[in-house]
Write a protein of this length. Structure first.
Length: 353
């Protein structure tokens, strides 16, 4: 980091987690990964709503209950929910159709789906969910991408946030989380405004064009520009997705990314833990796994071993006073009495004749 640059606001209690599965299996695995980390607490539960049809984007019945129960079990836990902005989200919808959908959405055609989702989250008792809305919008993977019509995309984001915030009892925080780097469009061209963004996130995997961690920091729209942008807009940061990828098993990336996270104190970070990204469930990255575990193991330093007990000192032998005959009562009685008993026996002696 360049000396003297302002940093984004630091989270007072940064939370760590891992994406371990979208459903109940992901909830159960949190405790198992905590044991692998020597008891270090994973405070983030992270899942994704399916983006296939609108009824699932609304948080269909049965999908969110296990996550809500996990979140409510402890006050300091954080539930992070990735929410698609359009259905058919991973079906490689062409740009022309995406543009048409974004324009319909910007007019308000899909507001009702997000009102339903917001109400469900409030009813489940998780009104403080972090909503990662339209993640990686600067890329080409998802139907909710920004590139085909950035202006309509930003209007649509505003509509969704306004709709969800209007539901009584909500305390949602909205996380704007592009891919690291320029990708298909600079993510700055998709930023919808400070009033509708609570957290400035970034998904950052170990892959080109960043061959080294320093390149990932310094590339256009990379890690440095992300924290600088957040600082300029007064936003806390997050890393909803990070992990290994096309650069292979790379313990140096793991060390540097954890160091970066420790430096900037994001609200939360969640490592993606399935192959090829992961370090616990995925067995193909043993060096990175060892690095991750060694840096994060346990809540506190290992306790020092207890000192060996000092030997019980042996009291010096006591001499009986003169004209005193010690009684042999046996070692057990003498230990209980604290020493030998001495009795003067002169009265019983007979004078020699």
């Amino acid at each position: 980091m360049a000396h003297g640059k302002p940093k984004p606001p630091r989270a007072p209690e940064p939370a760590m987690g891992a994406y371990l599965d979208y459903g109940p299996k992901g909830v159960r695995r949190i405790a198992a990964m905590q044991r692998w980390l020597g008891g270090r607490e994973l405070r983030v539960g992270h899942t994704y709503l399916p983006g296939d049809v609108w009824s699932n984007i609304e948080g269909g019945p049965g999908f969110l209950e296990d996550w809500a129960a996990w979140r409510k079990a402890k006050d300091d836990r954080l539930f992070v929910l990735n929410v698609p902005m359009l259905e058919h989200n991973e079906e490689r919808v062409p740009d022309a159709l995406v543009r048409e959908e974004l324009r319909k959405a910007a007019r308000g055609d899909y507001d009702g789906h997000f009102k339903t989702l917001a109400q469900r989250l409030v009813d489940l008792g998780v009104p403080d969910t972090v909503i990662v809305l339209g993640w990686e919008m600067n890329g080409v993977t998802y139907t909710h991408r920004c590139g085909p019509d950035p202006e309509s995309w930003k209007k649509y984001w505003n509509r969704i946030v306004t709709t969800m915030r209007a539901v009584p009892g909500q305390k949602f925080r909205f996380d704007f989380a592009p891919n690291r780097g320029r990708d298909a469009i600079p993510w700055t061209e998709c930023y919808p405004g400070d009033d509708v963004v609570d957290i400035m996130g970034m998904d950052s995997y170990d892959q080109p064009p960043g061959r080294t961690f320093d390149e990932q920091v310094n590339e256009p729209f990379g890690l440095q520009e992300h924290v600088d942008f957040a600082a300029a807009h007064g936003k806390v940061i997050s890393y909803p997705e990070w992990g290994l990828f096309r650069n292979g098993d790379n313990p140096e990336y793991m060390r540097r990314m954890l160091q970066w996270i420790d430096t900037y104190k994001p609200v939360y970070n969640t490592v993606t833990d399935y192959c090829p990204h992961g370090i616990w469930l995925c067995g193909q990255n043993p060096k990175s796994s060892k690095m991750f575990r060694s840096l994060l193991y346990g809540f506190k330093p290992e306790p020092l071993p207890l000192p060996e007990p000092l030997p019980t000192p042996t009291p010096p032998p006591t001499r009986p006073p003169g004209n005193c005959t010690p009684l042999d009562l046996g070692p057990w009685v003498e230990k209980w009495l604290g020493g030998k008993i001495c009795i003067r026996l002169n009265w019983s002696r007979r004078e020699d004749s």
